[in-house]
Every structure is written in structure tokens, then in C-alpha cells.
Design a protein around this ligand. Structure first.
Ligand SMILES: NC(=O)c1ccc[n+]([C@@H]2O[C@H](COP(=O)([O-])OP(=O)(O)OC[C@H]3O[C@@H](n4cnc5c(N)ncnc54)[C@H](OP(=O)(O)O)[C@@H]3O)[C@@H](O)[C@H]2O)c1
Length: 222
């Protein structure tokens, strides 16, 4: 299993404003770069906070990239995975729409009726964890569905768990020369944060892109 993360953030590390609404942080070249990352993966993963805030479709935009996937025997779009302990994904969320298969990872807490409703909305359900989704435990199920290569697109809470569990192989971040500010605005890594043994990554690429810069980092070898 290979997990990589991609986000766009402001120079103050924010991935959205305190309104938690979808915000354009990067530019056209970065959109193309992200589309290529999507086209290379087996599944795109987000937390339910991102689904509720942004209502994304999580599809590959460029038809040529989709066609190339199909030519190599893959589906036109990667699968979509939502990490959602309590089944809060709305039945009419765009991520449940046509184009790609959608997996929702729920905890054992979720009532049977809600599981059935989400299945009826088109999702394939995976149950993992008692009260909160246990992402590591769900990995085996992803592999059973042929998912080996996951691109995580946010948000900060999900990324915190992945950093904490040392599950991220590669992290790419577009940094825009804008300031969003606000102590309640989501950042690249939220959750409880760290007070010691701060996780580190190795910087492998720096590239000027649009008005900002793209950083590519890899898991630090211990
Ligand atoms: N700029 C960018 O590139 C970018 C990309 C994506 C999102 N965003 C922004 O990020 C914000 C959303 O981020 P967010 O941090 O609020 O939400 P998030 O990380 O997308 O989702 C977090 C939610 O996932 C659920 N979850 C279940 N199991 C979990 C686990 N083991 N670890 C972590 N989370 C788990 C939790 O809800 P339950 O307890 O209900 O399960 C948690 O509240 C939005 O404002 C969006 O616009 C920005």
C-alpha cells in the first residue's frame, strides 16, 4: 500500500478559510499537476469533513488522462474513499455520483439503516474501527479491491492521523503566496498536533508553479 498526500495551502499553512468553504488557492498549472496525480492513483481519499465542506466530485478532469487509464486496463477514474465514522456523508453528495466507484469507510457505530441508505446511494461500505474509523485496519479491505496506490486530498484532520501513524510515503504541497489567517481556519495538519517527536519529511523537489511553489517531500528514512 502506498499513500501520498497532496494539498494546496497558503503561506501561513491554511488549506481553507475559517468559513471552511472551498477556496481557490492554486492556479491552472497546479490543477493540471493534481489531475495527473489523480490519474496515476487507484483511489482518492478524503475525510468526511472535506465532503461536507467542499462537496467534491474527485474525478479526473482531463479526458486524455482518463482514456490513457482505460487503455492500460484501469477504470476511467480512480475510486473514491471517504473516511466517515458516523455515516455523515450526505446521500446526495457529488462524490457518490457517476463516474467512479465510491467506498465509504464507516465505524461499527453506524446503525444498519444508515449503512443501507448509503449503499442505496451507490456507495460500497467498509466497516473498520469501533467508534472512529481505523484506517490501518481498512488497508486490507482496500487491497482486496485492488487498491494499492492512494492519493489523499485532505483535510487536515485526516492528514493528522496519517502523519501520526506514519502512513504517508510522499507529500506534495502547493504553497500560494497568499495569507488566509484565522486561528480556526483548517491547516495542512490539524488534529491534536504534536508536542514532541515532531514528524519530519525529506525535501526532494522544489518547483516554481503558477504564482507559488510546489514542494515534494518523502518519508524520512529512520
Ligand atoms: N486546500 C486543499 O488542498 C484542501 C483539500 C481538502 C480539504 N480542504 C479543506 O479542509 C477542510 C476540511 O478538513 P477537516 O480537517 O475539517 O476534515 P477532514 O480531514 O476532511 O475530515 C475529518 C473527519 O474525518 C472523520 N474521521 C473518521 N475517522 C478518522 C480518523 N481516523 N482520523 C481522522 N479523521 C477521521 C472525522 O469525522 P467523524 O468523526 O464524523 O468520522 C473527522 O472529523 C475544509 O475546509 C476543506 O475546504 C482543503
Amino acid at each position: 500500500m502506498r499513500i501520498s498526500v497532496n494539498v494546496a495551502m497558503s503561506i501561513d499553512g491554511k488549506i481553507a478559510s475559517s468559513l471552511r468553504e472551498q477556496l481557490v488557492i492554486s492556479g491552472p498549472s497546479d490543477f493540471d499537476r493534481v489531475d495527473s496525480l489523480r490519474a496515476e492513483c487507484d483511489a482518492i481519499m478524503v475525510g468526511v469533513g472535506t465532503v461536507l465542506a467542499d462537496d467534491p466530485k474527485l474525478l479526473v478532469h482531463n479526458d486524455e488522462l482518463s482514456s490513457r487509464r482505460q487503455e492500460s486496463g484501469m477504470s476511467a477514474h480512480p475510486a473514491r474513499i471517504i473516511i466517515d465514522s458516523n455515516g455523515r456523508t450526505p446521500d446526495d453528495a457529488q462524490v457518490l455520483g457517476e463516474g467512479a466507484r465510491t467506498f465509504i469507510v464507516l465505524s461499527e457505530n453506524v446503525k444498519k439503516e444508515r449503512v443501507t441508505e448509503l449503499e442505496n446511494s451507490g456507495a460500497t461500505i467498509i466497516i473498520s474501527g469501533e467508534d472512529r474509523v481505523d484506517i490501518e485496519n481498512a488497508m486490507g479491505s482496500f487491497e482486496d479491491f485492488g487498491i494499492e496506490n492512494i492519493l489523499v486530498e485532505g483535510g487536515g484532520e485526516l492528514i493528522f492521523t496519517l502523519v501520526q501513524k506514519e502512513l504517508i510515503e510522499e507529500l506534495t504541497a502547493y504553497i500560494s503566496p497568499m495569507i488566509i489567517g484565522g486561528k480556526d481556519a483548517p491547516t495542512l495538519v490539524d488534529g491534536e498536533g504534536f508536542v514532541d517527536n515532531f514528524p519530519r519529511f525529506s525535501l526532494v523537489e522544489v518547483k516554481r508553479l503558477d504564482e507559488g511553489v510546489m514542494l515534494r517531500l518523502k518519508k524520512e528514512n529512520k
